[in-house]
Design a protein around this ligand. Sequence first.
Ligand SMILES: [Zn+2]
Length: 395
Amino acid sequence: MSGKTALYDSSVFLEMEGLDDPILSGPEPNPFWNKKRFEMAWSLPVMSKILDNEYITLQPMRTATRDELSLFHDISYIETMELFGNTGTAFSARFGLDTDENPVFQDMHIFAAYPVGTAVDAILGVAEGKFNNAMSFFGGLHHAMESRAAGFCYYNDCAIAIKKYKEKYPGKKVLYLDTDVHHGDGTQSAFYDDPEVLTISMHELSMGFFPGTGRPEEMGIGEGKGYSVNIPLPPLTDDFEFWRAFEDIVVPLWLAYKPDMVFWDVGADAHLSDPLADLMLTYDTYHRLSKTVHQLVHLGERKLVVTGGGGYNPVAAAKVWTIVLSNIAGIALPPTIPPEWIKLCHSHGLKMPRGGWTDRPTRIDEEHYSKIRRAIDEAIEKVQKLIFPVHGLEK
Ligand SMILES: [Zn+2]
């Protein structure tokens, strides 16, 4: 088996015109469908010379076929996406389209279909042993539902890739790990009654925070009961508390479940600088998380697919995904951030408070901290009580 990590080349995606659509780059640019953000993210591993490493194999992104999309999505939704990308339509509202988060823009169907075809190739490539791991920065569109766009997501690459894998490899078990700061509601819904896909989502849960779901009680139905796991985190959760929840819940469940394939929607929006969320993770957690995920994968079947997910501070998203890539591929990062990338940040009007791969943690006052600790304790206890017995684990 090849020891390489596949990285999906985003150049084609970036060279397309639609991301410059006035709808996306107007007075309030779309936080996700944003050319600057994609460009910053893709340039960092390129300028860090990670792509030149022998352990990386660059693979082309591709759009998904209609057959692939319909593994999860309703055909009338797909048709609406295909037909009305250029015009917008009265049909749009029925499918959650033409909103601030999910605007109708030129070729949106093609943009949305790129991460899906890519994720399908990634999971099958890993399954077939073409490469050890695969990562696509532009994917992890976990809010897309069967016939509804939501939270910047049109098509759910995670759900479709896993469904494709299950179709080709019946009976194999998949762990879907979602550490994006938002609840992985669309992917959870795709496998809510399926014990062969264990979904675990760690996310912020607070008043008014999108999408508002992801309580521990949402634990699956029928045979899938106990196979949807939700770990809600309060605002201001920091590295230490996040890690406690990961070690107390995710690690034992992972070891008990023994997945054949791991699909990780990493997300960079739990980082402390993210403008759309309130958690306080530093780059250190992403270092530790990606090293730990890599180790856990290596204890088992050694099959891992990673998608970038959300992340709305372009500097942080680029750094988080590059850190994760380097750790799963086993490549050292350059000691400092490449100066040409810092220049690129400045040319886009973005600040770079520190030039390295770490940041300064901010300390929360003791009163707040004890509240956070209590909320995490409660979440851990509840999840262990509800979920652990299904997996033969002691609380
Ligand atoms: Zn998110």
